[in-house]
Design a protein around this ligand. Structure first.
Ligand code: NAP
Length: 454
């Protein structure tokens, strides 16, 4: 077979969050200068742009939740607040000249593979075309809205945690929060001190790992700026900790690491909650880290404040004055926050993606979303996902994961550019072998020990 000539590639990236910005930077570095990032919103930042709730922070150590090539000496503390992370992504996107490549307020509604190229349709009806599509649309941005009877009757303010209404006063108000995920736990820490009365509506208790979150002093930060090796050392230590202590532990439910996590969560509950009745109401009946581990400096302490209450009776309905629970009690509220999580199984959807011969991604994913190495779906050539199905794992840094995945995608793009191949996607055989191996491996993991988690 004659070698094919090298080929100029137009690369389309969906989403200007953490992974999309990363894709832009690394594409340009690798010489793929003809790229465009379509962003549905008016700003970069993805989940950090959308989530602005009080107390928002990243529970991955800040120096690890940072691009490997763009260390940040200015992180204010071990676990950075959300606004700092958002500012970091905006700064990096500008510094690395990604911004001119982004089309804002440009939501892609349809991608269709026609005669070897991806034809894209935007929400405003305009069209675009690309040889390669990189889906970097994130995981945690489609709010999971609970179906609460009577929600419209509630006379106070109500909103999802990812759609925070900053006009609504919180100080000295009666605030209720539904949920006990990382979001609700962080909101609890931030709002108990401000609310007149605080109510946490818990459907399922969470194991909580105690952490400390010390500030970096101005002197330390100056030192980091002067000597980046110090940042590298913190990053390496955090990486080792997260890999050894969390990632390698959760993939084997019987590992000593898992036992250690469980012990620490149990100790936190025993030592931090004085009232034995409250302690039992907060005790999960599944194993720690089966749901993604929650980290907190002070959740239990805040919940034991006299004006804070834990409600475990199921929510029956909303009424004008508050939440009526199954035990008949009306919990009167001024503000109700729905910290009820995200539709984490959406990935690139609701964008309609049609591959070879009209193959519909929604149909392929009808049972569950799958992708070879979380990156590539058979029948969808030159279409790659970052943090795709099974990509985001437990409590690890999604930045590190996206960087590794992008390294792999860039190797594939190099083959397309060189003309070695015109179309690349996982073969059906490779994808099903990978999925079978993944299912087998998951059986040993803590996630298969009996809990429901996103
Ligand atoms: P989540 O972990 O999915 O938690 C949602 C909570 O809402 C759960 O407690 C769930 O209860 C409850 N819930 C949902 N529907 C309900 C209903 N109809 N009635 C009553 N309760 C209901 O969501 P999240 O807290 O927003 O966190 C999602 C993920 O975002 C986290 O796991 C994490 O990856 C990320 N996050 C990260 C950070 C960070 O620091 N890095 C901070 C916040 C969020 P059940 O458990 O019973 O389903």
């Amino acid at each position: 077979m004659l070698p094919r000539p090298p080929r100029a590639l137009r690369v389309v990236v969906i989403g200007a969050g953490m992974a999309g910005i990363l894709a832009g930077i690394r594409l340009a570095e690798a010489g793929f200068s003809d790229y465009v990032i379509f962003e549905k919103s008016a700003r970069v930042g993805g989940t950090w742009r959308e989530n602005t709730y009080p107390g928002i922070a990243c529970d991955v150590p800040a120096h690890l939740y940072t691009y490997s090539f763009a260390p940040n000496p200015d992180w204010s503390q071990t676990f950075a607040p959300g606004a700092e992370i958002q500012a970091y992504f905006e700064r990096v996107a500008s510094q690395y000249q990604v911004m001119p490549h982004i089309r804002f307020n440009a939501e892609i509604t349809r991608c269709e593979f026609v005669q070897g190229r991806w034809q894209l349709t935007l929400a405003d009806g305009t069209r675009a075309v690309g040889d390669v599509v990189i889906g970097a649309s994130g995981v945690l941005h489609h709010p999971n809205m609970p179906e609460l009877a009577g929600l419209a009757d509630f006379a106070g303010a109500s909103f999802h945690s990812a759609q925070w209404n900053h006009q609504v006063p919180l100080d000295a108000q009666r605030v209720g929060v539904i949920g006990t995920g990382s979001t609700a736990i962080q909101i609890t820490s931030a709002l108990v001190p401000r609310a007149a009365h605080y109510t946490l509506f818990q459907r399922t208790p969470q194991w909580v790992m105690a952490i400390e979150n010390p500030l970096y002093s101005p002197a330390q930060r100056a030192e980091f700026a002067r000597d980046p090796e110090q940042i590298a050392a913190i990053r390496a230590a955090a990486n080792t900790l997260m890999v050894d202590f969390v990632s390698n532990a959760v993939i084997d439910a019987d590992s000593p690491g898992m036992k250690s996590i469980e012990r620490r969560c149990q100790q936190n509950l025993e030592h931090s909650v004085a009232d034995p009745i409250l302690r039992e109401r907060l005790r999960p009946n599944y194993r720690a880290a089966c749901k993604r581990l929650v980290f907190s400096t002070d959740f239990y302490a805040k919940l034991q404040q006299p004006h804070a209450a834990l409600v475990t009776s199921g929510i029956e309905r909303m009424e004008a004055r508050g939440v009526r629970t199954a035990d008949g009690v009306l919990h009167e509220l001024d503000v109700l926050v729905l910290a009820t999580g995200f539709r984490a199984d959406r990935f690139v959807r609701p964008t309609r993606v049609l591959g070879r011969e009209g193959l519909d991604l929604d149909t392929v994913w009808a049972e569950r979303p799958t992708a070879y190495l979380s990156l590539s779906v058979p029948g969808f050539p030159n279409f790659f996902l970052l943090n795709g199905p099974n990509g985001p794992v437990g409590n690890f840094s999604l930045i590190r994961i996206a960087e590794l995945q992008l390294d792999y995608v860039l190797q594939l793009l190099a083959q397309l550019r060189a003309g070695t191949y015109r179309e690349i996607s996982a073969s059906a055989a490779a994808a099903s072998a990978f999925e079978a191996a993944r299912i087998e491996a998951a059986k040993k993991s803590i996630w298969a020990t009996g809990c429901k988690s996103w």
